[in-house]
Design a protein around this ligand. Structure first.
Ligand code: WT7
Length: 669
């Protein structure tokens, strides 16, 4: 394999995006891996691609037949641009697919979930045991008046009950809305209200770095202004004291103990809403992305098997929190639909020491490990000595997701964690795509560090200029998906217009064009057809693998009484990928006595409004912000300023040139 690395060669055309990375190392799958893989050669993969390309809808029908259905579909795809319905007329049940159908097989006694708490307690639930818990929880939800189509909010950490709660909702046809446990009370309240959730499931507290985070107390603050919530189920985890409002709050364990362990899964239409998950966009308001039943589960189950080359003897460990889409698709639904054994870990990766993850892998014999580049960069920083202390020979496959992986981190992952023997699957997808779209197939694809390689069979993507013409090899452009896919988002809850505009407005349907889905990502295709993601082209930034809308943080900042205006941009960061820099101008008359204290106060304010993850790393003050004549803040200039790049480019639309100089010098304080 080649190990030459050429320096950057930049190719740009007007209106395109510059891409500077050139990486020539290539890693073919080993014979050892390929000989045991589901898809074990480039030829087999090509045949599958050809087969899917002949009739893409028929290909997805074959994948859907791997699931259990109560009634078969009549129409595989009804596509009324930009709304897709998959497997129309078919009825199924996601929980039945993840649990009940395994009970008639030897998997009944197989571990579905091996869970380890941060303090070190371990719980293992077989498929039978998980099924029992889910049935009890489903009965409790129904007793509390939750009906098919109702929304249930879940504000929890990484405990088995979170998985049980999600599956119980799926079972009765309630739509879950999981809200990441790191979000603040205000963010929780807004997400409950936007989705009109009827019931909230939360826990007393969650363990993190040896301390407990009081989730119920945070929920209580939100619950003061959530008129739609009628009941709250509280899981006891830390046993810390928490207030229980009588008539509204119920202990999960008491309710479940008393509930029947039998529950028949109803047949739900393929397009029944399975979950809402909020994600950031380029306005201040998060988008409630809606996913439905049959199409979602089809693609999630099929990609889990193909991309992770999943086998029955694997122990599969995905480090994502269930509060994000990765946690939905590749901690819970994909692996369970395949009858896999999942390892789930509650706490921090560096608790009590920086080798917790390697320790988990060694003790539980993990064979598939799926994490984010930002985590890999942290592991690198903590040092090789931590993984070296452990026997990682059980690993056979590694995965990454969430942001582009820098080749240095890829090589470290490959050599130090994978011992040079494990293929790496760099998986590109989004909350909106529901499932993996671009990824190597590990027994078949020759990988290159830093690229998610090619779309999976049944998926059509392209890299195009803003006018829709395809980009030539190595020319940066916009990443689009050109044909509907089963796990695509169906809409934005309560705002279909925004769904149309955000994703389908850029490349609309016309007489000559079918209309494409715009991902928001810039990318280039190399000469082998491999896709290299350059990053977001909208005002969305990726911090530590978490997606944040700069507008959301800006509106949090301006809600502070002293702030007149704010602009938030990203600067490159060695560990987090991006760090946030907030430019703030204060209201006239606002008297600042202590600048560092105010910076701190504004950071805390954002933490309270949104959550810890959204806190700007740096706050800079300025009299005014650089704007175009029409009054738009020129974020591009600010981005260049914080990246240390010389501010160049077209400035003819900039109103007040002196502003830039002031911003640059405010650097020193
Ligand atoms: C955005 C989606 C998909 C689950 C986690 C993030 C970026 C995601 C990759 C990858 C380069 C990636 C994109 C995308 N992204 N995976 N393998 N290589 N970039 O989900 O929060 O919806 O964010 O994450 O920019 O648009 P999300």
């Amino acid at each position: 394999m080649a190990t030459r690395k050429r320096p950057a060669s930049t190719t740009t055309t007007p209106g395109s995006i510059a891409s500077v990375m050139q990486e020539d190392r290539r890693f073919p799958p080993s014979n050892e891996f390929a000989s045991h893989a589901h898809i074990g050669s480039a030829r087999a993969l090509r045949a599958l691609h050809d087969h899917a390309a002949q009739d893409v809808v028929a290909y997805w029908e074959e994948q859907a037949r791997e699931l259990a259905w109560f009634a078969p579909w009549k129409k595989p795809l009804v596509w009324k641009h930009p709304h897709a319905q998959w497997f129309v007329g078919g009825t199924t049940n996601v929980a039945m697919n993840c649990l009940d159908r395994h009970l008639g097989t030897w998997r009944r006694t197989k571990a579905a979930l091996i869970w380890e708490g941060e303090p070190g307690d371990v719980r293992t639930l077989t498929y039978q045991q998980l099924h029992t818990e889910v049935c009890r929880a489903a009965n409790v939800l129904e007793q509390l008046g939750v009906q098919r189509g109702d929304v249930v909010a879940i504000y929890m950490g990484m405990v088995p009950e979170t998985v049980i709660a999600m599956l119980a909702c799926a079972r009765i046809g309630a739509t879950h809305n999981v809200i990441f446990g790191g979000f603040s009370s205000d963010a929780l309240r807004d997400r409950i209200n936007d989705s009109s959730a009827k019931l909230l499931i939360t826990q007393d507290g969650a363990w993190r770095r040896g301390e407990t985070i009081p989730l119920k107390a945070a929920a209580d603050v939100a619950l003061k202004k959530t008129p739609s919530i009628r009941n709250v189920l509280v899981v006891q985890r830390t046993a810390e004291k928490c207030a229980m409002k009588s008539g509204r709050d119920h202990w999960w364990h008491l309710r479940l103990q008393a509930a029947d362990a039998r529950h028949e899964p109803p047949a739900l239409p393929s397009e029944h809403p399975l979950f809402i998950l909020y994600t950031s966009g380029s306005t201040g308001k998060p988008k409630g992305i809606l996913h439905t039943t049959g199409g979602y589960l089809t693609q999630v189950a099929s990609t889990t098997k193909m991309v992770f080359d999943l086998r029955d003897d694997d122990v599969y460990f995905c480090t994502a929190d269930v509060g994000w889409i990765t946690g939905h698709s590749y901690v819970v639904y994909g692996p369970l639909a395949n009858g896999a054994t999942i390892l789930m870990y509650e706490g921090a990766p560096n608790w009590p020491e920086s080798d917790r993850v390697w320790d988990l892998i060694e003790r539980h014999h993990v064979s598939i490990f799926y994490t984010a580049p930002t985590a890999i960069r942290s592991f690198m920083k903590w040092g090789e000595s931590w993984p070296r202390k452990h026997d990682l020979s059980s690993l056979r496959l590694l995965g990454t997701v969430g942001e582009p992986i820098n080749p240095e981190a890829w090589m470290w992952y490959h050599d130090v964690i994978g011992g040079g023997r494990c293929p790496i699957v760099d998986t590109w997808w989004q909350t909106e795509t529901g499932a993996i779209m671009i990824s190597p197939v590990p027994g078949a694809t020759v990988t290159k560090p830093g690229t998610a390689t090619k779309p999976l069979p049944g998926i059509s993507v392209d890299v195009v200029h803003a006018d829709g013409t395809p980009c030539k090899a190595n020319v940066g452009g916009l990443l689009v998906v050109t044909h509907p896919w089963p796990s695509m988002a169906r809409t934005i809850v309560g705002d279909d217009e925004r769904y149309r505009e955000t994703y389908w407005g850029m490349f609309p349907k016309t007489r000559t064009s079918a209309g494409w889905y715009f991902t928001g990502d810039g990318a280039r295709k190399d000469r082998d057809g491999y896709i290299w993601i350059i990053g977001r082209v909208d005002d969305v930034v990726n911090v530590s693998g978490h997606r944040l809308g700069t507008a959301e943080i800006e509106s949090a900042l301006v809600s502070h009484p002293m702030v007149a205006e704010a602009a938030v941009v990203a600067r490159p960061d060695a560990i987090k990928g991006n760090a946030l820099v907030a430019f703030v101008s204060l209201k006239t008359g606002a008297r600042i006595k202590n600048l560092p204290a105010l910076k701190q106060e504004l950071r805390t304010h954002v933490g309270k409004e949104i959550g810890q993850i959204a806190k700007p790393d740096d706050v800079r003050f300025s009299e005014s912000l650089p704007k175009t004549r029409s009054g738009k803040i020129m974020r591009r200039l600010l981005r260049e300023l914080v990246s240390g790049a010389a501010v160049m480019g077209d400035m003819t639309t900039l109103e007040d040139f002196s502003v830039l100089e002031k911003l640059r010098s405010s650097d020193e304080d």
